[in-house]
Design a protein around this ligand. Sequence first.
Ligand SMILES: CC(C)(COP(=O)(O)OP(=O)(O)OC[C@H]1O[C@@H](n2cnc3c(N)ncnc32)[C@H](O)[C@@H]1OP(=O)(O)O)[C@@H](O)C(=O)NCCC(=O)NCCS
Length: 154
Amino acid sequence: MITLRKATLKDLESIHQIETLSFKDGSYPLFVLRQFFDISNEYFYVAEKHHRVVGYALGNHTKTLNQGWILSLGVHPDYRGQNIGKQLTEKLVEILEYNFSSEICLTVHPDNSSAIKIYEALGFENTKSYDAYYGKNEPRLLLKKLMLTKPFNS
Ligand SMILES: CC(C)(COP(=O)(O)OP(=O)(O)OC[C@H]1O[C@@H](n2cnc3c(N)ncnc32)[C@H](O)[C@@H]1OP(=O)(O)O)[C@@H](O)C(=O)NCCC(=O)NCCS
C-alpha cells in the first residue's frame, strides 16, 4: 500500500538518497533540497511504503504567470514499476491545478521513456526541444499540460 503525503524535514535524507540514485552527477545537493523544502513546501510530496520513503515529487507555482512546474520526480530503484511515479505526478498536478495553474511545465530528457510515458498519460505534450537546456550535451524536452480551470480574473 502506497501512501502519498507532504514531505517533512525528517524525509530529506531519504529524498536526497533517491535523488542521488536517480540523477547521479546531476542530482540536487542536500542543501538545495532543504531550500526547496523551505520555499516550496506546499508542492513537495513523498510516497511511503511500509513506513519507508520510496519516492518524491517536487514542484512550484509562479502566481504572476499562473504557471506550475514539476521540478523533480524520483522513485527508489527498488520500487520502480509499481505506479508510484505516476501517482506522485498525478498528486502534484492535482495540487497545482487546485492553485489555479493555467499550465503546468516540466523538462525531461528525450531518452527518458518511463518518465515521458507518465507525463503523456497525464496529458502533457511536447512544446519545445532544446539541444542544450542545462548547457552542452544536456538536451531536454519542454512538456506542458494546459489546464481547463483558469482564475476568474484571467
Ligand atoms: C521516471 C520514474 C520516476 C518512474 O517511476 P515509476 O514508479 O517506476 O513509474 P511507474 O511505475 O509509475 O510507471 C509509469 C508508466 O511507465 C511505464 N514504465 C515504467 N518503467 C518503464 C521503463 N523502464 N520503460 C518504459 N516504460 C516504463 C510503466 O509501465 C507505466 O506505464 P503504464 O501506466 O502504462 O503501465 C523512475 O523511473 C525514476 O525515478 N527515474 C529516475 C529519475 C527520473 O528520470 N525522473 C524523471 C525526471 S523528468
